[in-house]
Design a binder for this molecule. Structure first.
Ligand code: DUC
Ligand code: ZN
Ligand code: ZN
Ligand code: ZN
Length: 484
């Protein structure tokens, strides 16, 4: 078996920073030590060797709002590797009334082009006995997280009744519910009012879903999860109201997780104002970009640990696709890209500014989500036996982000013009070098599905409360006769 040695680098994990060489063999880390020799050498001098990034929130080639997102598992995973991300977790999205297993077969078909490892979350877009039953089959397939949309009324949205049923099922199965937390009823009504008043431009998308809409839904999801006795993971946490709800829940001992996106950390609501239509429409996503106070809240959450993960919600649409919403912002496909840029932008805006330590960077881009989704230490770790999903990070390499040079298939980049300092020298996916600086050598089909366990002890944490709240039937005598 050919072995590689990553030499002369500084290993950075979520816990430790130390000088060591790493031997990689058969796709795994087989040795960590000093002065290793033998095999192909990858020179990591001047670099940090970190667990490859894990992006737990992507929508590749997804049917959505009358079209398909434009990055598929080929361009999407190539973009990921190019930016130091070695695994994606994509959303399998059954249409309402569709069998979960049938949808899963469709998603399986898309992944033959993946050049890095991947897993899925399953979306619960409707409810019934079939969904209840199939959730167990999905868990048996190693998909142990279920996403719920509290928004997209009339399409993907589930109501509280359905969400509570699904959360209880997650509790039984030891699975983790995920929530897109926006109050879909309020959004629908505000959207109709804005359009009726002639407010139909992309900026009105932001007016239709203010932070209160997200704060309310986040609180509601957390309380419903509490009653179901299950932890909950809030995707794309974008504002202080949502963060505050998560903070409060965690302080009360609940396993509640929050996931800011790199877009919300770096781009603000001014992106929608005083800009031409295309510029603003390309930045339409849900939740929308917020103001500086909300951004500060998210950064503080990452530093203090009340928010755990930085993702992208990568759901890329071309300018031509966005133009479907000319005259009606509600028809602009929601979504932005970020797979290639998440790590360099977070490093530049987070580590280089002193907002995050290098170890915190590793935690929020890789290790925390590997633990939350029960795939640690196979992923997210630098340990003997772990998959050799690694990034050799050169803190001196610079570039100016530009759509002209990106891997993504779309024709613009929301981070256009941002100068980043800190980029991969090498990215390795299970030991295979997929990126050497600007040179991409990804292999379509190399990516493998990562099955995850449903670990009851982790996901049943809230059940300790059940002893207090379980209904206690009182045996009474002397009940007055009725009608007397
Ligand atoms: N938000 C987006 O912007 N795009 C995809 C789905 C979502 O919730
Ligand atoms: Zn969402
Ligand atoms: Zn999403
Ligand atoms: Zn391969």
């Amino acid at each position: 078996m050919t072995s590689k040695i990553i030499k002369n680098g500084t290993v950075v994990t979520a816990d430790l920073t130390y000088a060591a060489d790493i031997r990689v063999e058969g796709g795994r880390i087989t040795e960590i030590g000093q002065n290793l020799s033998g095999g192909e050498v990858l020179d990591a001098s001047g670099c940090y060797v970190m667990p490859g990034g894990i992006d737990p929130h992507t929508h590749l080639e997804m049917p959505f709002m009358g079209t398909y997102s434009s990055d598929d598992f080929e361009s999407g995973t190539r973009a990921a590797l190019s930016g130091g991300t070695t695994m994606v977790v994509d959303f399998c999205l059954p249409s309402p009334q569709q069998s979960l297993l049938e949808a899963l077969a469709m998603w399986d078909n898309k992944t033959s082009k993946a050049s890095c490892d991947y897993s899925f979350h399953m979306a619960i877009t409707w409810w019934g006995e079939q969904v209840f039953n199939e959730m167990a089959d999905v868990v048996d397939r190693g998909i142990t997280s279920f996403k719920h949309f509290m928004a997209y009324k009339g399409a993907l949205m589930v109501d509280d009744d359905e969400m509570f049923s699904s959360f209880q099922r997650c509790a039984d199965l030891g699975a983790l519910p995920l929530v897109h937390a926006e109050n879909g009823d309020v959004v629908a009504q505000m959207t109709a009012k804005l359009l009726a008043a002639g407010n139909n431009g992309p900026e009105a998308h932001a007016y239709s879903r203010p932070p209160e809409v997200e704060g309310e839904a986040t609180n509601r999801a957390i309380m419903i999860a509490d009653m179901a006795g299950v932890p909950v993971y809030i995707v794309h946490t974008s504002c202080e109201q949502a963060h505050e709800a998560i903070r409060r829940a965690r302080q009360a001992g609940k396993r509640v997780y929050g996931e800011p996106l790199i877009q919300h950390l770096v781009l603000d609501e001014t992106e929608y104002f005083n800009r031409d239509w295309d510029y603003a429409a390309r930045r339409v996503m849900s939740p929308p970009f917020r103001n500086k106070q909300h951004q500060d809240s998210l950064w503080a959450g990452l530093a203090s640990g009340s928010l755990q993960v930085v993702a992208t919600d990568h759901c890329a649409f071309t300018t031509a696709q966005k133009r479907n919403g000319i005259g009606n912002f509600a028809k602009i496909p929601n979504g932005t890209g970020g797979l290639e840029d998440r790590m360099p932008v977070l490093w530049t805006k987070g580590v280089k500014t002193g907002r995050l330590t290098m170890n915190e960077f590793v935690a929020v881009t890789s290790t925390n989500i590997a633990k939350i989704l029960n795939m640690y230490p196979k992923k997210g770790a630098i340990l003997v036996g772990a998959d050799a999903d690694l990034v050799v990070w050169d803190p001196k390499r610079k570039k100016t982000i530009s759509a002209a040079k990106q891997q993504s298939a779309i024709d613009y980049n929301v981070f256009e013009g941002i100068e980043v300092e800190g980029l991969p020298r090498f990215t390795l996916t299970r030991g295979q070098v997929a990126v050497t600086e600007d040179q991409i050598s990804t292999e379509q089909g190399h990516g493998q599905f990562v099955a995850r366990e449903a670990k009851n002890p982790v996901n049943r944490a809230l059940s300790t409360w059940k002893e207090i709240t379980a209904p206690r039937k009182v045996e009474r005598t002397g009940i007055p006769a009725t009608g007397v």
